[in-house]
Design a protein around this ligand. Structure first.
Ligand code: SF4
Length: 219
């Protein structure tokens, strides 16, 4: 049964890798900014960009709202696609001020069903970034799906790899208890497995969940 499978995979991943301590960030706003910066790049590059923002003391909603986009782009250069991401960050901060007076606590009070579509309407915020913000910055019980989730769970026979984002998300959210800490940890563990073991060319011999995997071709 799928519900049982998802729970068993979680337990095995947790036993193997332990708590991941996600999301690295000293404040919900830093987590939100990191969710945009991490698009299409490794986390080590995001850390460099965040360090630059901190050094210049502009990692606050008001300061990011006021900074010139060209200066912001220069500071976040290590994260790649810096002009695109600067525009996205400006749009996100603009949204935060328009809707919530620049206050994440106000934003957090909004119900998920209202907040999620609004956030998805912000320039450059797709479902994965949106849900990362909801879960890791605002502590809303939303399961984050990414390419690793699709790859691993298609190989485990839970869904096809081309399943639409929201469909796969629904499977997890229907079968798992609605828990911020569980969703937080589960997604982080999936990333750990996908990054190091269940790659495009997977290292099945080292995989802690191989007994649950249907993808015999990879054995
Ligand atoms: S057994 Fe192989 S294909 Fe299956 S989840 Fe593990 S690494 Fe991926």
């Amino acid at each position: 049964m799928r519900k049982d499978l998802l729970a068993r995979i979680y337990k095995r991943l947790f036993k193997t890798f332990g708590p991941r301590g996600w999301w690295p960030g000293q404040s919900p706003f830093e987590v939100m900014v990191g969710a945009v910066l991490t698009q299409n790049t490794a986390w080590t590059n995001v850390e460099k960009a965040i360090r630059n923002l901190k050094r210049e003391k502009i990692l606050t909603p008001a300061r990011l709202d006021n900074i010139k986009i060209s200066r912001l782009a220069r500071l976040i250069r290590p994260a790649g696609y810096f002009n695109v991401k600067a525009k996205r960050l400006k749009s996100l901060v603009g949204f935060l001020f328009e809707e919530y007076k620049g206050d994440l606590r106000r934003m957090r009070k909004e119900r998920i069903n209202t907040l999620r579509p609004k956030l998805l309407g912000v320039h450059g915020i797709g479902p994965e970034t949106c849900d990362s913000i909801l879960l890791y910055a605002l502590e809303k019980p939303v399961f984050v799906i990414d390419a690793y989730t699709k790859r691993i769970f298609s190989r485990c026979g839970v869904a096809k790899e081309d399943i639409p984002y929201e469909e796969l998300q629904s499977l997890f959210m229907e079968d798992l208890p609605k828990s911020v800490s569980l969703y937080n940890e589960y997604h982080a563990l999936i990333v750990q497995l996908g990054k190091d073991i269940c790659r495009k060319d997977p290292k099945c011999g080292l995989c802690c969940i191989r007994e649950f995997c249907k993808n015999k071709n990879f054995r």
